[in-house]
Design a protein around this ligand. Structure first.
Ligand code: SDX
Length: 387
């Protein structure tokens, strides 16, 4: 087959068929297994959405009860891993912690890491335990006592309890539950694609999630939510938004939280998170970040015609809870692990090794010159990789 033209970043390349997530980038629509994200955010819970992503249908009351129970049982960490987390320097980057802890966990749970249907157990295990890994680390670095499993708490409430060391309010728990729903899956985004590439070699689920976490960490992907907050703190007040944005754009810098490879209109998740940012801010009597973000949206859209993506408002909600910014992307991972593992299971069910080709543009047919006959000055860099 004639190689097609290069599509940098695989933009608009259809790599596989999937039944998990549908995105209409022109209409700004997002469906999980056929259900509109707006309805799921309004009426569902993260546990129910995880079931939907893994099994392809909404659960019965009994099925949801069983899954919820199972996820709460799976929150516990093996003692040696808990001790290892406690031994880490407080300066450890939480995304590096997550990536390494998932790898280490596989060493304690080999039966869950075999490819194939047995990996639904690994999917549930990782979805249940990521909050514990984050909570244990954050408590240790804050000098607070270890985490209790708290089986009575929902996934969202437990995640908040794990990182805040206090009972979340009902509003906080619901706001985070909605954020977890919104971040749970997004078709072949970079981290999900990384997970599928790993699974497509028949490697195990824990390796696939490790690949995904390393990919999500990047500021052009999941790392953007933390950088949005850094930008807001640099701007400081609404009357400085215009000046700072224009300076950055003049330097051809990206404004984090804006633009998207697929959405050419507003990301429907940003629409929902904007409402929650205002709601939680108003409840806290603190609309500082919300007002900055509204002005930021106005300026970036006027100057670059760009729309907000999921990362623009999420941090403003987490900051109001008192969650430190370096845990924002890990919160993204604690949700997206449900989507990553759903895609890994789908890959195992319909396996095809993912291996694109490259258009070779380097030199060909170079004559090998023995080292003693090579000139001291090898010529311009690029002909061969410089030493
Ligand atoms: C996520 O794929 C997913 O689904 C991801 C995600 C998910 O749920 O998994 O939705 C989560 O990763 C959201 C995106 C978070 N990242 C950011 O907010 C970082 C800032 N955004 C940009 O880096 C950018 O918009 C991307 C990476 C998200 C998308 O970039 P593309 O599709 O590669 O677009 P591009 O780089 O080709 O840009 C097209 C033009 C360029 O202008 P010109 O150089 O041609 O004049 O738009 C400009 C870009 O400079 N542009 C921006 C911009 N995003 C694009 N200019 C300033 N600020 C931006 N944010």
């Amino acid at each position: 087959m004639e190689p097609s033209e290069v599509q940098r970043g695989l933009q608009d390349v259809v790599a596989l068929e999937s039944r998990i997530c549908f995105i209409d980038g022109r209409e700004g629509r997002l469906l999980y297994r056929g259900y509109d994200i707006r309805e799921l955010a309004e009426r569902s819970t993260f546990e129910e959405v995880a079931y939907l992503l893994w099994y392809g249908r909404l659960p019965t009351a009994g099925q949801l009860r069983d899954l919820t129970q199972r996820l709460r049982e799976l929150r516990i960490l093996p003692e040696p891993l808990r001790a290892w987390i406690g031994s880490l320097p407080a300066t450890t980057a939480p995304m590096d912690l997550l990536r390494t802890a998932v790898s280490a966990l596989a060493l304690f749970e080999p039966e869950e890491t075999r490819p194939g249907p047995s990996s639904i157990g690994g999917a549930q295990r990782l979805t249940a335990v990521l909050p514990t890994i984050l909570g244990e680390f954050h408590r240790r670095r804050s000098g607070r006592p270890p985490l209790a499993p708290r089986p009575e708490l929902s996934a969202a409430a437990y995640l908040l309890y794990a990182v805040l060391d206090r009972e979340p309010t009902e509003l906080e728990a619901r706001a985070l539950d909605v954020a977890l729903i919104l971040h749970a899956d997004h078709e072949l985004n970079a981290s999900t694609f990384a997970a599928r590439v790993t699974a497509s070699t028949l490697s195990d689920l824990y390796s696939a999630v490790t690949s995904a976490i390393g990919t999500l960490k990047g500021p052009l992907h999941g790392g953007a939510n933390e950088r949005v907050m850094e930008l807001l703190d640099e701007i400081g007040s609404v009357d400085r938004v215009e000046e700072v944005v224009k300076e950055r754009l003049a330097r051809h810098e990206r404004i984090m939280g804006f633009g998207h490879r697929v959405y050419k209109v507003e990301d429907p998740r940003a629409t929902i998170l904007r409402r929650w940012s205002e709601k939680v801010g108003a409840a806290r009597g603190n609309l500082h970040y919300y007002e900055l973000l509204r002005k930021l949206e106005e300026v970036v859209h006027r100057e670059k015609g760009l729309y907000p993506n999921v990362d623009l408002y999420s941090g403003s909600v987490y900051a109001l809870f008192g969650i430190p910014p370096d845990l924002f992307t890990p919160l993204f991972a604690a949700s997206r692990v449900a989507g990553w593992t759903a895609h890994v299971l789908e890959e195992y069910d319909d396996l095809r090794l993912i291996r694109p080709t490259a258009k070779y543009v380097g030199p060909t047919d170079l004559a090998y010159v023995p080292i003693g006959e090579r000139p001291d000055d090898p010529g311009p860099a690029g002909a061969a990789r410089p030493a």
